[in-house]
Write a protein that binds this ligand. Structure first.
Ligand SMILES: [Zn+2]
Length: 352
């Protein structure tokens, strides 16, 4: 494995960021190339922990001649966001200088299929140059994994509908409980931008063997050695199944029996009807019935009618819930994958 430390200049004198890029060389040039990054939202750490165990596994495979495809791995994809602390709190989702989400507004091909990336010397904000560089590193890789996590959540992935069910192998290897399928992005997340570039450059429009995804490795606090090893092994087995690493005698994992794979329009974004303190009555992974109590919000402690009840809008599967127990009116309380479509159509991301 070779490691390069790239420099991203800050916007003012004396400021610079380091981007660590690992490259592993496979022995078979016809095997798929892979790009993996973690912590693009810099406060989401389960992917970093998984890579801590995956990278040595891949290095060993490389040393033993079992690595067929080449990989590029960026374990800290967002050094700009990693450095953002304000009054002791880390803020890794939005760039504080521009208020733009670090996983939005990536450059995508225009109607002619031509994409323009910022260069390292472009006179624009560091985060824009970083976004272009990350896409550049992922180019010509048919397998692109962007490792994120939710607030509190089950293991799940986003997948372009066109690549489903082929990508179910990833969901099975990661022991995912759900997949959200999308076909009309509009917010230009990294996954969407990488996918659009794949579509624009695919030979004869053929996307077979491609995989591009935002992997939600459960919740923000699900960072521990047991889960990280499990996720590393899951990604490793997925890479074996895709011919990036030589296979072994183990049978390919299968999807869980209770797996939920639905178009993204099935997601009910349950919003807080009032602000206050949350008492949850449902957890990620639960099946809920229509009208079931899923949370109460305390607005007037210890008084009659001191809470406001929140009920499931329809029968479904609780995907995520808010990690903090204090909420504003209108904030997202839970995401539930409804058995029926929650909205007629949905473009773009579920959240800002
Ligand atoms: Zn994220």
């Amino acid at each position: 494995m070779k490691t390069e430390i790239e420099t991203i200049a800050g916007e003012t004198p004396g400021i610079a960021y380091e981007l660590i890029v690992h490259r592993l060389s496979g022995s078979d040039t016809s095997a798929p190339r892979v790009y993996i990054q973690a912590a693009l939202h810099a406060d989401e750490r389960p992917g970093v922990a998984a890579l801590h165990y995956l990278i040595p596994m891949l290095e060993k495979a490389e040393a033993e001649g079992r690595l067929l495809g080449s990989l590029t791995i960026v374990p800290h994809a967002n050094p700009i966001g990693a450095a953002q602390h304000m009054y002791g709190e880390h803020m890794g989702r939005f760039a504080t200088g521009t208020r733009v989400n670090f996983n939005r507004d990536f450059p995508v091909p225009d109607e002619n299929g031509v994409r323009t990336l910022d260069q390292t010397s472009s006179a624009t904000f560091a985060e824009r140059r970083l976004k272009s560089r990350l896409l550049d590193l992922a180019d010509e890789c048919p397998i692109v994994l962007d490792l994120h996590c939710d607030d509190e959540g089950v293991q799940y992935i986003y997948a372009p509908e066109r690549l489903w069910p082929e990508m179910a192998d990833l969901a099975a290897c990661l022991d995912c409980e759900a997949a959200l399928l999308w076909n009309a992005g509009s917010d230009r997340a990294f996954e969407e931008a990488a996918y659009e570039q794949m579509v624009a450059t695919a030979k004869n429009g053929d996307l077979s063997g491609h995989c591009v995804t935002t992997v939600e490795l459960r919740g923000q606090n699900d960072v521990d050695p047991v889960l990280a090893v499990k996720d590393a092994e899951g990604i490793f087995r997925f890479l074996q199944g895709r011919g990036v690493v030589a296979p072994d005698a183990r049978p390919a994992p299968e999807l869980r029996k209770d797996f939920v794979g639905k178009p993204i329009r099935h997601v009910d974004m349950v919003l807080a009807p009032v602000g206050g303190t949350i008492l949850f009555h449902a957890a990620p992974g639960d099946r809920v019935a229509a009208g079931q109590l899923v949370a109460e919000i305390i607005v007037n402690p210890g008084r009659d009618n001191g809470t406001v009840a929140v009920h499931a809008p329809q029968a479904g599967f609780v995907l995520t819930r808010r990690i903090r127990r204090f909420i504003r009116m209108g904030d997202n309380l839970l995401k539930i994958i409804g058995d029926e479509a929650a909205v007629a159509s949905r473009k773009g991301a579920l959240e800002d």
